[in-house]
Design a protein around this ligand. Sequence first.
Ligand code: NAD
Length: 496
Amino acid sequence: MSTIGHLINGKVVTEGARKQAVYNPATGVPEKEVLLASRETVEDAIAAAEAAYPAWRNTPPMKRARIMFKYKELLEANADEICSLIGEEHGKISHDAMGELQRGIENVEYACGIPELLKGEHSRNAGPGIDSWSEFQPLGVVAGITPFNFPVMVPMWMFPMAIACGNPFILKPSERDPSSTLLIAQLLQEAGLPDGVLNVVNGDKEAVDTLLSDERIKAVSFVGSTPVAEYIYTTANANGKRCQALGGAKNHAIIMPDADLDNAVNQLVGAAFGSSGERCMALSVAVAVGDTTADALISKMKAAMASLKVGVHSESSNDFGPLITGAHRDKVVGFIDSAEADGAKIVVDGRNPEVPDYKNGFFVGGTLIDQVTPEMESYRQEIFGPVLQVIRVDTMEEAMKLINDHEYGNGTCIFTRDGEAARYFSDHVQVGMVGINVPLPVPVAYHSFGGWKRSLFGDLHAYGPDGVRFYTKRKTITKRWPSASVREGVSFSMPT
Ligand code: NAD
């Protein structure tokens, strides 16, 4: 059985006492194992990063950008291998993994513009003979802790920009599917990154807590579930670190009576069931305005779902794959059971899908549930599975109140042909990322990604312009070269 190790100071480390099985979720078999870093191992990585910092900080941004350009080429050249590792351990279908990688590469492309992004602000003659400018300096060693559901894209929200800004980085990927993450880190090394600038420590809470408590770590980016995000944010803050912690979601789509329903159904099917619903931007609730809309939606969804194909990652005609673990599969099935017990109607039941040749895989088929109400546990919690719940309301205001009252505020979408309604919706809905006839409004790499309410703890969103701000601190310098011929006297007034 192969062992997935760490990347510390440019070398892969494969020795360690604690290990955990890594499953192939399509077969249900543990096929690899991953090292779980001890405190000492994480401290080795931090020491390597600290040692790399002075030289990396002073490397001209254009040279850092050239490494990112080379890195992009290597990611593209190794795309098949990266995506098959994602498939083997996460289970997502090859075309979906390619999409994930592409969205990750876009962050590298944005980081290639780092000389421009770090240019700062300059004011000539801020006072008589005085110039003033603001520049953006790196923070020092920074860390990222990432979830299982995007083992390549989410780490690439973080380390390319952090590193391009001049910071060494320690990445703690998900222990459930770590191989593709380790490979993309090794490719950055191959692109010419000096040893110690990017370190990967695999592990669990012990590794995370070491990163949170070590005073050499200046900032922490986190993406994962809300309870852990809140813990990371409060602990990092208590320890004096800058922190952005992105959490879970419950993303609603409003279906207005005037929507192009065929289009909405196509969009909903992809956004609810793609990647088995294991996306923080997955649409998991459809709020139908009016019973006529709801009845038509249910009937068209049923028809569209009849051809859904669930199966193994390597068969590209499959629509989505298994869930990440057996325990998570049981949790998702438990939510479907609880919705049924609470009186909702299971319209399409994915609890026992037929997946020939993969009988022990962690599969749940696409599931559609009607007559869901806001008090139900399955509505209040994030399910993170291929389950679309339908809530019926009478008005758009009622639909928006549901969304605004929910604890999460990551993404949302409205399907309508009415520009005025769409504008009102985007203006007033209490959610960070909004789609208008766009089901997964994941911002492009030159905007920033972040939810509201309990979907994000912290002030700055991930990647894009906020990423540059998160990984740098502003310094403002005010300069005068006094002329020998003009001497100013002492003044006790505030300079104006
Ligand atoms: P998770 O919270 O279980 O794990 C995320 C990371 O935290 C992993 O690296 C894990 O090792 C670590 N971790 C887990 N428990 C910990 C603990 N008690 N103490 C310290 N560290 C701990 O999340 P997951 O199951 O890997 O990912 C799915 C979740 O991530 C979903 O809730 C999803 O919505 C969310 N997510 C959010 C976004 C976003 O941008 N908002 C993006 C992707 C995923």
